[in-house]
Design a protein. Sequence first.
Length: 250
Amino acid sequence: MTSQNETGLLSILVPNYNYGRYIAKTIESVVRQDYEPIELVIVDDGSTDNSMEIVDECLPMTKDLARVEVLPSRHNKGKLAAINRAMSHIHGQYCIILDADDYLSSGYARRCIGELSRANAEDPSIGFVYTDCNLISEEGTWLDRGRSAAFDPRLLAQYSFIPEPAVVLTRAMVEAGIFDETIRKGTKHHKWQRIVDNGWAGLHIAEPLFFYRMHRNNISGIGRRVIGEIERGQKGERILSGYWPVGQRG
């Protein structure tokens, strides 16, 4: 991390472990953002599938981004280890951590950065913006809406309700690191708790602006639960805090 982040630059960090079947769509959604400049940093966390081959195949489509860097690892150390490693490689004023099985709507970055800029100008403690999501199947079929909640720091100690991705001021991320790499479930809750404990607040946009893939290998376990509910005929919106665990060491 440089001491002076580039004004307006958005750093999108994609941690990946064995999501080769999804990551092309994730990268494509970065390329299709109607915002610039963007740098993309992909950290492969010791994948044993074809992830790196797929990433290499996707690199030509990223030619118009401000910068692209791929950081492979030999061993799987977990998502927070991947984030810690990437922090010295990003240069943006803003940052998004985008899981390699999810993807963004084309207007996600512009909308969230615009809201964050306006809110932070009025209240400098506001350091991140997050949204609701579209729940999709493993194959990409729309299932339902996933709802987050309005920001309330008092609830964060009990519930995980702030998703990845979210647009966060990079300096808020840097101040909160280094993240605890022994935590393997509830990783995003650990990260947001650290950021909020440092005095930062968030802003919720109650619109589904990204796509959250439900499959049986979601780290949080949400996919397995949602798939099971759908198979039992349970339909309707999901309140995400009811599915995401708080930080758990592995």
